[in-house]
Each structure stands twice: as structure tokens, then as C-alpha cells.
Design a protein around this ligand. Structure first.
Ligand code: NAP
Length: 259
């Protein structure tokens, strides 16, 4: 007799890892996944399977959603800098007793050839750029560009998928582009714009790490914004495979418990 039982999963996404996870379990009859996107990106890459879009209404709204939809497991595969949704997921999981799994890609680490200036926040990154840079490559997504708007003596190449929100620095050019990017192209881009400093969040992952290799090759310093503290989870992994294994094992355990 089969001891497994279908597990209803809310997959908080908006990352390539979340899309890989949704694709990997799309045909698994025991894992019933609903992916959730914030709805920020104009033309999002949609995951395989069922998808919902938009906020839940804070931790309270998410708690109610988990109860209403009879969710068995929450997988938080959001970006390492998406702290509000991760905190809400943590609170809602505690309030409902729903297990929380965190899928977070490993952070980038510097090699001996890298020239990183590590900072703890976007505002610290802005202060550092103002001190060090005259031509800066800003690759932090579209949401926090306003933190650099006060800087008058630096020219910025601002790259994001959708147009940046909020105020922009007086001297800038916006480049709309979606990764992955190739190292050779990143080198050409930085050379063409005579970039002397690059700013990035420590997002980790292979989709956008070519810019780090390019900066290393060109000897360009990188202002690296360190990750915020994690909210905590019942199981945390850096790979999609480890999370899929955990979910399948959970389906077995629930099946055994139900017998
Ligand atoms: P955030 O500050 O943590 O979230 C702000 C609010 O957006 C949340 O309180 C929630 O609204 C809603 N939200 C966020 N992610 C959601 C999801 N997956 N499903 C439903 N609602 C969601 O997040 P953010 O930094 O704005 O990022 C938004 C999304 O973009 C995330 O899903 C993240 O994975 C993705 N992303 C972020 C970055 C980044 O650098 N921050 C980079 C790449 C991708 P309610 O409180 O109303 O529920």
C-alpha cells in the first residue's frame, strides 16, 4: 500500500530557483504547488503549474490565505533581499503551525583577485560610491536607486529589468536588460562606459555573476551590499534538489501519519 499523501505547497517565488523548483515538481502527483509572485515585474517569467500574483496583505493576510487554502508547507524561495515577504512567511508559518522551508542560493564570496568593498546597506553603498567613484555601474535592481539620487559628482549606468522607481541621480543612463549576461559582454559594457566602480547586492547565483568576473578582469572595485539577516525556517537549503527531496520525504511522513 502506498504510504504517501498529496502535500499542498505555497511556493513564494520571483527567482530562478523558484521557477526551477516549480518545473521539477510539476508532474509529481504528490506535490500540489501554487507559485506566488509579487507582481512587480511588468512581463514576468511565469513558473510551470498553478500561479497566483500579488501581495497577501502582510503576515495577517498570508496567515488567512494559508488557512483558507489548507496549505501543508510553505516554501520561501524569494530573493535573499526580499526581507518583508520572508518575515511574513515566518510569522504566518508560526501562527498556523505550517512547516516553512527556505530555499536560498549561496552568497557570492570574493576570490583573492576581487576588490570588494563590503557594506551593510544601500545607503552605505551610496556613501561609498560618492567617496570612491566618478563612473559607477549600478546593478541593484530598480527599487533602491533613489538612495543614490543625492549624488551629484558621479555618473551612473543604472541597469534593471523594468525602469527604476523613485528619484534618479542627476547624471545617469538607464539600461533595461534581463540576465543572464555573458562575461565578454559585461567587460565590453564596463569598458565602453569607462566604469570605475560597480555596485551590487550579494544576490548569489549564476544568472548575474558574469559582472563580478568582468569587474575582476578589469580590476574594477565592487561595492558589495551584504545580505540581510535570515528569518529562520524549519529546513533551509541552497539547492532545488535538496528542497525537492525534503518535500517528497514530507509526503511520505504525512502518508504514514494518516494511516
Ligand atoms: P519584499 O520587500 O520582501 O516584499 C514586499 C511585499 O511584496 C510583501 O510584503 C508582499 O506583500 C509582496 N510580495 C513579495 N514577494 C511576494 C511573493 N513572492 N508573492 C506574493 N507577494 C509578495 O520583496 P521585494 O524585495 O519587493 O521583492 C518582490 C519580489 O521580487 C519577491 O518575490 C522577490 O523574490 C523578487 N525579487 C526581489 C529582488 C530584490 O532585490 N529584492 C530581486 C529579484 C527578485 P504583502 O505584504 O501584501 O503580502
Amino acid at each position: 500500500m502506498d504510504s504517501r499523501q498529496t502535500v499542498k505547497i505555497l511556493l513564494l517565488g520571483g527567482t530562478s530557483e523558484a521557477r526551477s523548483l516549480a518545473a521539477d515538481v510539476a508532474d509529481d502527483p504528490l506535490l500540489d504547488v501554487v507559485s506566488s509572485l509579487a507582481g512587480r515585474v511588468h512581463d514576468p517569467q511565469l513558473p510551470a503549474g498553478a500561479t497566483r500574483v500579488g501581495g497577501f496583505g502582510g503576515a495577517t493576510g498570508l496567515t488567512q490565505w494559508l488557512e483558507r487554502e489548507c496549505v501543508d508547507v510553505v516554501v520561501d524561495a524569494t530573493h535573499p533581499f526580499a526581507t518583508s515577504i520572508s518575515s511574513n512567511a515566518h510569522q504566518a508559518s508560526r501562527a498556523t503551525g505550517t512547516p516553512l522551508v527556505r530555499l536560498v542560493r549561496p552568497a557570492w564570496t570574493p576570490s583573492t583577485e576581487d576588490r570588494w568593498v563590503r557594506v551593510r546597506s544601500v545607503s552605505q553603498a551610496a556613501e561609498t560610491v560618492e567617496r570612491l567613484s566618478r563612473r559607477s555601474f549600478l546593478t541593484i535592481g530598480r527599487q533602491n536607486v533613489g538612495a543614490f539620487a543625492w549624488i551629484e559628482r558621479t555618473w551612473f549606468l543604472v541597469r534593471s529589468i523594468d525602469p527604476p522607481t523613485g528619484a534618479l541621480p542627476p547624471h545617469h543612463e538607464v539600461l533595461l536588460a534581463r540576465g543572464p549576461f555573458a562575461e565578454a559582454d559585461e567587460i565590453e559594457l564596463m569598458k565602453a562606459h569607462r566604469i570605475d566602480t560597480m555596485v551590487t547586492k550579494n544576490s548569489g547565483g549564476a544568472m548575474t555573476d558574469a559582472k563580478l568576473a568582468a569587474a575582476r578582469r578589469l580590476g574594477v572595485p565592487v561595492v558589495m551590499i551584504d545580505r540581510p539577516r535570515e528569518a529562520g525556517a524549519d529546513f533551509c537549503a541552497g539547492t532545488v534538489g535538496a528542497v525537492v527531496d525534503w518535500l517528497r520525504a514530507h509526503a511520505h511522513v504525512r502518508g504514514n501519519d494518516a494511516r
